[in-house]
Design a protein around this ligand. Sequence first.
Ligand code: EPU
Length: 419
Amino acid sequence: MQKLIIQGGFPLEGQISISGAKNAALPILCAALLTRESLVVDNVPDLQDITTMQSLLQQMGVNVTTPASSRIELCASHLTHLVAPYEMVKTMRAAILVLGPLLARAGEANISLPGGCAIGLRPVDQHIKGLQAMGADIAIKHGYIQAVAKKLRGARIVFDIVTVTGTENLMMAATLAEGITTLENAAREPEIVDLANCLRKMGAKIHGAGTDIITIEGVPVLHGGEYNVMPDRIETGTFLVAATATGGDIRLLNTSSNLLDAVLDKLTEAGAHIESAENWIHLHMTKKPQSINLRTAPYPAFPTDMQAQFMSLNCIADGTAIITETIFENRLMHVQELKRMNADIEVEGNAAIIHGIPKLDGAHVMATDLRASASLVIAGLTAQGETLIDRIYHLDRGYENIEGKLSALGARIRRTTSS
Ligand code: EPU
């Protein structure tokens, strides 16, 4: 199994380019199911989750090619197998995103229930409820969502909770439904706007993406097109936290500060100097970070996908901070690993109280999920001595060439396959 070895104590300095957003690319690849014509997607990150999604689409009969790096061409002219098997869904929950498009285009889908995952229960009841409101007949049998619908109908759907992939699934399904669908209490994440922009390029009629009411007027068919995926705001935020924690000076290219206002506000509060223009962000940190309280919530508030990274920053900040996780019920697993590095953290329910200490100690730690892994990398970069991070396959699901990018910024980091 692969591991990362980090020698801590070196500030990040220099510039790197940010990759395309994983959580925008995944639904956009699924949008290819909605048309017989070819969809070319650019700025796709090279990640394990993207490879899994490509395999999933291929086994459904989609012709997938990669004509150049970061570019994927998909053509779903003939769908042969309307199934997402358990083996794939269990490694990548985003596989649920094929449900809406398959049902809308082919009238049938058989998708394994994702089951629980490390960060929480993560049910998909809102996806199912919405498709039922649009006329789908759905049964859960043998662990699979078995859905049929001759023709989906537009409907008014009010989500009970804000769900990102739930909003994306129903928005895609509604593009080919008969009549008008309104999604209320919809998620407002930038990745939803990116998907809507791609669908619009394919001929969909969508208004209000980025607000909590999205209206979709169904059309008989969608056509192919070309689309460039937005930058990854969570990769961007992760590097910015790493630079803040190490007292660094970095410039991130091909990204945008507009995507992460809440994160930049917190980094400024921690003491970082940040400048930005249309497609770059520069961060400079000259002092010890100040501790910062935060509470995760749906966009535009502070993202749950940045919570773990800020935990590591608070571990070595001046003062005491409280971090409250409100989106997922089990997303504080990195705390146990950070404590192995001597961090002073108490957990009470869904909150962590972090008392900053001068330095973390390098240690052997284990990655438990994608963003928890990123927090351990940041902790390792700041720690005294060597940190060995095990189970980094989690990290490879969501960060393209992380050790290459960190090395380019002067980090002492290497990958090993030794036991
Ligand atoms: N939920 C339900 N019922 C549903 C759907 C969601 O109860 O039908 C609950 C979830 O259990 C959770 C909350 O609603 O407590 C929000 O979950 P959401 O559906 O928004 O999460 P998701 O769509 O499964 C996406 C990202 C996650 C990110 C969350 C929250 C993708 C592929 N994944 O997941 O990204 O944490 O939104 O912003 O877009 C990551 O990249 O590391 C990651 C986990």
